[in-house]
Each structure stands twice: as C-alpha cells, then as structure tokens.
Write a protein that binds this ligand. Structure first.
Ligand SMILES: Nc1ncnc2c1ncn2[C@@H]1O[C@H](COP(=O)(O)OP(=O)(O)O)[C@@H](O)[C@H]1O
Ligand SMILES: [Mg+2]
Length: 318
C-alpha cells in the first residue's frame, strides 16, 4: 500500500547550510497494519510524516527516494492530484488539535465543510454524517457541540473532534503524529483506545508516530525505531520488546518509566543528548552514546542486518 524507498529530506538553512532530517528511510505499510515510528524528539519522525503528505515547509524538500502509494510515486503527482489523495487516501492528525482546528468557525461548520469538499451531500445529510461521527468519537451531546467553537471544548475533546473530521473521509492510511502528546495520561489512554476501535471499524492502516515506547507497545503490530534520520531497528512489536537488538532500542526501553517499585529493572533515562543534525557523528551516528560500541563504529556506518525476523543497523550483528 505505502512504500518508502531510501527517502532523503533536507532543510536549507540560512547561510547555505543544509540539514538532512531524513536520511535514506525505507519501509512499507500493508493494509490493516498498525506500525509505530518511535524515537527521541528531533529524530526525523515528523519530517518523514510531512514528506509523505507533501506538506513540507518552504525551506525543506525531498532530495531523493520514492514514496509509493499503490505503486504510484507521490513525489511525481501534481498539487491537485495530491490534494485529492490527501484526506481521502492518506490522512494526518497532529499533536496539537487546537492548531489544526480553525478558531473562528464552529465545529459543525468545519465538519460540514470538510464533508462537502469530499462528498456530494446536501447540508442536512452532511450535518447528519457529522453528528454521527461526533457520536462515534464519544462526544457527549453532539447536537450542542456542533454549534460550539473549538475554544469551548477541552483539549481532549478537540482531539476527538479532529479525529472525527479526519476519519469521516474514511482514509485507508492514518498518520497520527504524537496524537496524545499534549494530553493528560488518562485522556491519552482514551484517545488511543478510540483510535484502535476506529481502525478496526474502518479497516484502515495506521502509522503511529511517538517518542513514547510505551504508547507504541500497546498499539502497534510492528515498530520502527528512528535515530538521527535513520531507521536503526524494525520488527514485530513483541520481538522488539522481548529481545531488542540495537543498543539504542535497548536504551529507549530502559527509559520507559516502570510504575511497579518492586520490579528490578529500574527506570534509566537515556544518557547524553541527541546530537544536532547539523553535526551528525561519523560512522554509526549512535556511537558517541552507545554502551556496546566496537572499534569500527566510529568510522564505518553499519549495514542493515536481518536478525530473527527483525532488521537492525548495527555492527554487532555483522
Ligand atoms: N523548520 C525546520 N527548519 C530547519 N530544520 C528543521 C525544521 N523542522 C525540522 N528540522 C530538522 O529536522 C530534524 C527532525 O525534526 P522532526 O522530524 O520534527 O523530529 P521529530 O518529529 O522526530 O521530533 C530536526 O532535528 C531539525 O534538525
Ligand atoms: Mg515530531
């Protein structure tokens, strides 16, 4: 369905410098799959998502690679072809629902507008569809909410409304970029649960982008771990969690807070900061923070090795 081949996305900075935010990323998402893209902030997750959607900032561009959707390279589509595809085939929800909702229009207005952009329905039918979706995302009293403005709703409710506006078009792939990062923990769980339910109902695929290994563990069939613009490990969620291979994946897993104090494995935040993409370390870019580094790691970038059903980019598996 979606396939990325060696995607490279750059930013042009003032002074003529360029930053490679996504550096040769390849992956595939199949129908019905829920795939997690996880890594510390700054690793290139959002830029990957925006590249797929064709929504990069003005100072950013895809330098090379392919983004195939049912075999068609999205990078070769015209803007109007891409607009048609956006929302209806591939949809994106962001971290901050308030930034995505328009503050000057009512929720109902925004929903009806989106519906009428994509379906030829009259106002009454569009409104009915909008109300049925507000109900689906568990908004109490949808009739009343329909006439309210975004600022009259809580953040969690705005995210539900965004999900309704996005999913009303029944996309085949939903890219959810940190959809719960701005919400309280209890609301986070509700939203993730809702997404899982709707995913089954609509039979869509999900690319769940998160810095939080815990979130990804609960939701995903498969996990891809990203570091400084590259995927360093990829595999089925149970395998990645039971037996992580890459030292970065292991470190991310140790950094999940453990609520049970009797558990031996203590919470251990990741050592060191993620380097600036302006100054990517030589060889394996994780080597300065790696506790298992070998002599060649500073000078040679690792190949990608298949290990027990996972792919891992690390010299330890040569
Ligand atoms: N608007 C921008 N201008 C310049 N560089 C940017 C911009 N947005 C992102 N980047 C670069 O891309 C890298 C990856 O960013 P991003 O994909 O947002 O990370 P993530 O979503 O994993 O936290 C950043 O570390 C930064 O170097
Ligand atoms: Mg991001």
């Amino acid at each position: 369905m979606l396939e990325l081949k060696k995607l490279r996305t750059l930013f042009e900075l003032s002074g003529g410098k360029t930053v490679t935010a996504v550096d040769g990323v390849s992956f595939e998402i199949k129908p019905g799959e829920v795939v997690g893209l996880v890594g510390e902030s700054g690793s290139g997750k959002s830029v990957t998502a925006l590249s797929i959607m064709g929504l990069l900032a003005a100072n950013s561009r895809v330098e090379s690679g392919e983004i195939l959707w049912d075999g068609r390279n999205l990078l070769e589509l015209t803007l109007s072809e891409l607009r048609k595809l956006r929302g209806r085939d591939i949809a994106l929800i962001f971290q901050n629902p308030l930034a995505a909702l328009n503050p000057v229009f009512t929720i109902g207005n925004q929903m009806v507008e989106t519906i009428q952009e994509h379906f030829s329905l009259d106002y009454k039918k569009s409104k009915d569809l909008a109300l049925s979706w507000l109900k689906k995302v568990n908004i109490p009293d949808p009739e009343a909410r329909f006439d309210q403005y975004p600022h009259e709703c809580s953040l969690g409710m705005c995210q539900r409304i965004m999900i309704a506006i996005t999913l009303v078009m029944k996309p085949r792939l939903l890219i959810a970029d940190e959809p719960t990062a701005s919400l309280d923990v209890t609301i986070q769980a509700q939203i993730l649960h809702l997404l899982a339910e709707l995913k089954d109902e609509l039979d869509m695929s999900v690319l769940l982008v998160s810095h939080d290994m815990g979130v990804v563990a609960q939701q995903c069939d498969r996990v891809m771990v990203m570091y400084l613009g590259q995927i360093v490990e990829e595999g089925p969620t149970d395998k990645i969690f039971a037996d992580p291979k890459h030292p970065y994946t292991k470190a991310l897993l140790r950094a999940i807070p453990v609520p049970d104090p009797s558990k031996k494995h203590a919470f251990e935040p990741l050592a060191g900061d993620i380097p600036s993409p302006l100054n990517i370390p030589s060889g394996c870019s994780f080597h300065p923070r790696c506790s298992e580094k070998l002599p060649g790691c500073e000078s040679q970038s690792p190949g990608i090795y298949s290990v027990q059903g996972c792919r891992v980019a690390c010299h330890l598996f040569k």
